[in-house]
Design a protein around this ligand. Structure first.
Ligand SMILES: NC(=O)c1ccc[n+]([C@@H]2O[C@H](COP(=O)([O-])OP(=O)(O)OC[C@H]3O[C@@H](n4cnc5c(N)ncnc54)[C@H](O)[C@@H]3O)[C@@H](O)[C@H]2O)c1
Length: 335
């Protein structure tokens, strides 16, 4: 079995989520951990058994022991770090989103397409077993034709510093929206062709809107909305509803279940014709970082495409940029 040498760049919230789920695996050896905050880099090295840590990733790119680099820094740094990694022949697992605007997002996608090594963009919901199950049920016609999607992903942001930093690069409709826009396109098997939206700054010091909501329509005729707010005043009471001509599927994550969390996520199926409710317990890890990492190793070993592919990643990103534009201008954007 190939053992992959890994460097993690960015040892904050999501960087540590990656690390904690992969460092103990048989096919992984963490070689170096890097963060502009040296204490974070040091703690991550201690936790994962990495021999090296530092504040600058560049010297480590010459280390032949490092096969894979995980980029978990702020969005504005994803493209320059990706370029440095590809120039040194490293495979990359990079956090979403791929850019802060249409132009640098396109540059990112173009770099990936011409790369000699493999790059996977971290759309974690593609690796979540409940989302995989929902997609399968919808594609099998369990709720008929998918006509309406309701998705909210608000954060009650007690960690204000972290979210202020994220809001410096983009609004939640771009940062978080790329996940759920991708879900909408994945579940409908169709592309979003129209978006509109509204937003506001609940915290006036925020660089970008900290509350955003978009409406969308797909080529297949499904309509929907996605809402994302990052503010301590917002509650994180979230909804994931998928409504078709024959019924509805609702996902409640284990942590949000009123009871029986031990059973995993709750998928509820309502059948319109019979009025029947079917409940399915689905053991699932919300952010299955090792499944995602395994997708990258499969890409490397079997020359497979990513999940999502870079075309799917770029498509979701373009829709998210259009939603930001719709919110800024008040216009309906047709794609
Ligand atoms: N996939 C997901 O579910 C998910 C969840 C949260 C965040 N994210 C994405 O991950 C990225 C990071 O978000 P976060 O919430 O972990 O932020 P965070 O603030 O918790 O962590 C970012 C870390 O990167 C470090 N850093 C920034 N620039 C650096 C550089 N050039 N070199 C070295 N270290 C650097 C910071 O010091 C910080 O420790 C963002 O792009 C965000 O959109 C993805």
């Amino acid at each position: 079995m190939k053992r992959y040498g890994v460097m993690l760049i960015g040892c904050g919230h999501i960087g540590m989520t990656h690390l904690c789920d992969i460092y103990f695996r048989d096919n992984v050896k963490i070689i170096a951990t890097v963060d502009s905050d040296i204490e974070r880099a040091k703690d991550a090295a201690k936790k994962s058994g990495a021999a090296s840590f530092g504040t600058d990733y560049r010297p480590f790119l010459d280390d032949p022991m490092i096969d894979v680099v995980i980029i978990a820094t702020y969005t504005s740094s994803h493209l320059p770090i990706l370029r440095d990694c590809l120039a040194k022949g490293k495979h990359v697992l990079c956090e979403k989103p791929i850019g802060t605007d249409l132009s640098n997002g396109k540059e990112f996608a173009d770099e990936v397409r011409k790369a000699k090594t493999k790059v996977l963009v971290a759309h974690i919901l593609r690796h979540n077993s409940s989302y995989i199950k929902l997609q399968k049920m919808i594609s099998e016609g369990v709720i008929g034709d998918l006509r309406m999607i309701r998705m909210t992903q608000n954060h009650h942001t007690v960690d204000r510093k972290r979210f202020r930093n994220l809001l410096t690069d983009c609004s939640p409709i771009l940062d978080c929206g790329v996940h759920y826009i991708d879900v909408a396109q994945w579940f409908t098997g169709s592309k979003i062709v129209e978006v509109s939206g509204i937003g506001t700054k609940i915290d006036e010091r925020s660089v970008n809107c900290d509350y955003t909501v978009m409406n969308f329509k797909t080529e297949s005729g499904c309509v929907g909305y996605f809402e994302a707010g990052w503010n301590p005043g917002v509650s994180s009471l979230n909804v994931k509803d998928f409504i078709g001509t024959k019924g509805r599927l609702t996902l409640t994550l284990a942590e949000n279940r009123p009871s029986d969390r031990e059973e995993g996520d709750l998928i509820s199926l309502y059948k319109t014709e019979t009025g029947e409710y079917i409940t399915i317990n689905n053991p699932s890890e919300y952010k299955d970082m090792y499944a995602q990492f395994t997708t990258l190793t499969d890409m490397i070993e079997n020359d497979t495409d990513g999940d999502p592919t870079i075309d799917e990643v770029e498509s979701a990103f373009r829709v998210a940029c259009a939603a930001e534009e719709a919110i800024a201008t008040g216009r309906v954007i047709r794609l």
